[in-house]
Design a protein. Sequence first.
Length: 205
Amino acid sequence: MKINWFLLLFFCSVNCDSVLAQSTDSLPKVLVVNGYDPSSTGFRKNKKELLSDVADSLRYYLMEIIERENAGKVSLAEQRVVPLGDSTDWLDNLLQQKQTDFVIVILNVEAEFVKTDVEVERQDDGSKKRTARYDLCSTINYLLAGKKDAYSERKEIVCEFFTERTVMSGLLAAGPDLVGKSKWVFRSVRKNAVAYVDYIRSALQ
């Protein structure tokens, strides 16, 4: 009886590994490329550094999410690729050189605090209290390239309420410091990646 149980477990293990290998091999190959260069922007140095780190982390977010959802086998291009205007030849070359089914290019990354509302309350002494509310928004431009000249560009925007501040003397309050709140910026960008993968999931099939 013990031998029979051993054989059963052995064959089950072999079959399960075989099924897993077949399902993995059937997944499309996806290459993720960072095509965003913040050095060409007019932002301050610390914001450029933040956005550079964000774009680099975004590659890993996309890989994690796509593979977790079993939507593809992802590889990352280690070097930044600069898109060449309206030409798609460089994308076709990537598809051929890397022998991949799809290329996801991160074209642009933006993160900012957006003032969404100013609430005015009259106080007991007759003065007015103004409260400004801010959302943290991440805006990312993606490009999905596939074989047979299939190209799809998308701007994904994710905004969530972040904080509110009192406006003194009728002046508009400045928003929070983006670099100082970098932890939340990365969280917003990861949610942006989730939204984008959800959008392209059917195209990867």
